[in-house]
Design a protein around this ligand. Structure first.
Ligand code: HEC
Ligand code: HEC
Ligand code: HEC
Length: 265
């Protein structure tokens, strides 16, 4: 029900009960929550949805009110705990608690996760409306195994990093997450990592594209299909074209992770 209609209906009743604290849980945008707090100043605490990504370090205030504002964050990464102390000084303590491994998973949520992953598996990428898009370079992916056949030193370094097993990591989770585009995007080869969709010739699934597992060489170097084919003599190229295809795979700048991988090659 619309809070602007609902709150006036029980306002008098709340006041009569003479509670120590009145708390409003608003499943609303922060702007509307603040308007509600300003219009109904009897609430000491208001909690809003859709606020900051993480709960702020300190409790929020709302101009011209004595109301405390709580933002719970997104993705349920934190719990916000407020302790209220009668005659205490200060009268309350505010703390955000990360929901980390100190807390066991709730079986109900685990069940929901299992059902959600099953649904993703059944829908497949097509069902989710995820069509492979052309890579901006116009080139195609070959997979790390192909690269490794020539770049044995680079591959030896790569194999010792977690990147090499990034897809396996998802397969071995409980429940497995290797049908979940929000995980695949960084844990396979040939996806747009931020936007959760595959490029043409990128990873589709374990059976169709077994060689595109892992956060592979080409996620850093770019698609190397033509380079590999040119070096293997599978396509005819001039010397200049061969050089061009090599140069296209050079990584611009040195990221910290890249440097670790690239050193000694
Ligand atoms: C058939 C052998 C072969 C295959 C397969 C191959 N390369 Fe190469 N690659 C070469 C040769 C030869 C060079 C040029 C000499 C060098 O730099 O080692 C080269 C050069 C490179 C360079 C250096 C570019 C530069 O100029 O800085 C990178 C990066 C590279 N390859 C990445 C890859 C990736 C990624 C793959 C897999 C998609 C791959 N290569 C597949 C043979 C191969
Ligand atoms: C934006 C990129 C990105 C996305 C999206 C992503 N991950 Fe990761 N993940 C990483 C990186 C980077 C690592 C560190 C390991 C590495 O260097 O490959 C990692 C590591 C992990 C690890 C630890 C692996 C280990 O053995 O140490 C797990 C588990 C994991 N991710 C699960 C997930 C799940 C589940 C999802 C989806 C909800 C997900 N990831 C989405 C980038 C990402
Ligand atoms: C996490 C990103 C990353 C991954 C994964 C990665 N590389 Fe690299 N690689 C780099 C960076 C960064 C450099 C250094 C580039 C430079 O010197 O400017 C590099 C250097 C290289 C070079 C030498 C290029 C040169 O400038 O001489 C080759 C060849 C190469 N990588 C091949 C591979 C192969 C093959 C794989 C997979 C088995 C791989 N790389 C995986 C980031 C990566």
């Amino acid at each position: 029900m619309d809070p602007w209609q609902a709150i006036p209906r029980f306002r008098a009743e709340l006041r009569d009960k003479k509670c120590d604290h009145l708390i409003l849980l608003a499943n609303a945008e922060p702007a509307e929550t603040k308007e509600l707090a300003a219009r109904y100043p009897e609430f000491d605490w208001v909690m809003t949805a859709k606020g900051a990504e993480e709960p702020p370090k300190d409790v929020g205030t709302i101009p011209n009110t004595k109301t405390h504002l709580i933002e719970v964050g997104q993705k349920a990464e934190y719990l916000v705990v407020v302790g209220l102390y009668k005659n205490g000084n200060p009268p309350f303590r505010y703390q955000r608690v990360p929901l980390d491994h100190r807390f066991a998973d709730a079986p109900e949520i685990q069940q929901m996760q299992v059902a959600y992953q099953k649904e993703l598996e059944q829908m497949r990428l097509e069902g989710l409306g995820l069509k492979p898009a052309p890579h901006s370079s116009g080139r195609k992916f070959a997979g790390s195994k192909t690269c490794a056949s020539c770049h044995t030193q680079a591959a030896a370094v790569f194999d010792k990093t977690p990147h090499a097993h990034a897809t396996d990591t998802l397969v071995h989770l409980t429940p497995p997450r290797h049908f979940d585009p929000e995980c695949l995007s960084c844990h396979v080869t040939g996806w747009e990592p931020q936007k959760y969709f595959p490029y043409e010739s990128g990873y589709l699934d374990l059976t169709q594209t077994p060689d595109l597992v892992g956060n592979g060489c080409e996620n850093c170097h770019g698609p190397g299909g033509s380079h590999a084919a040119a070096e293997n003599g599978q396509i005819n190229v001039t010397d200049a074209q061969r050089e061009e295809l090599r140069a296209a795979l050079a990584v611009e700048g040195r990221s910290q992770r890249g440097q670790q991988i690239g050193s000694g090659i």
